[in-house]
Design a protein around this ligand. Sequence first.
Ligand code: SAM
Length: 264
Amino acid sequence: MQDFNYKKSLGQNFLNDKNVLTRIVKAVPFKDNSLVIEIGPGSGNLTRELASVATNVVCYEIDDRLETILDEALKDFNNVHIIFEDFLKSDIENDLKDYKYDNLYLVANLPYYITTPIIEKVINSNLDFSYITVMVQKEVGERFNAKPGTREYNSLTVYLNYYFDIKKEFIVSRNSFTPKPNVDSMVISLIKKENPLPLKDKEMFNKLLHDAFKYKRKNIRNNLKNYDLDKVLKILNKYGYDLTVRAEELKLEIFVELANSLDN
Ligand code: SAM
């Protein structure tokens, strides 16, 4: 790896701390017949750990300069398949169609510049991920896990909390990476909720979240001015709020109830 020219634009900060790699894999409760997706295997350091415990590992790596490095790093494993492609452009359902598995996982030290699009793509796919354990920028991890009424709470928090229980695993210092990034990191797990709240229309829920949080300083009356405000008010009143409340104060259940009461 000494001569490798790391590309900052691709989020190439590789984990060089064996202890952290082990802790990431230990955080995932692997079950029999498991398929793991890894986005951005880099030099294969996390991939090796995953291949030792999972039945199969499928990786997406955008940078084909890493091909020989990965071939060498993974030569002892015959259960790893690497697809050299931009994950955001991939057809995951099609790539996985020949795999038989009982449990699907996503485990990755994510390229931070595309954390949100990756998570959205994974959630919106038709694949049933039972456990997602990812390394993200510490501040982003705080947002995933934020409580209503805090500065970090935003539409992505509500969206993720609809589908998953969020578990903060541990903080990773910037010193654990080569090259050293300017930020610290957090490993976080998203654990699929077995019984998410009933939702009539997921599109409506997404649109409502997007609109409700659109202008951070504006209240619900302003951000949702194109909605049926009588209906919105009725639900807010039930929870002790009125139209002057801001979206960041409202918990998941209220957004679900609002989305279910509104028509397109
Ligand atoms: N897994 C390695 C580790 O833990 O050290 C590398 C992680 S590094 C933070 C992120 C990796 O994602 C890099 O290898 C980078 O080339 C890759 N990457 C960046 N953008 C990508 C994309 N759109 N699709 C797939 N891989 C990508």
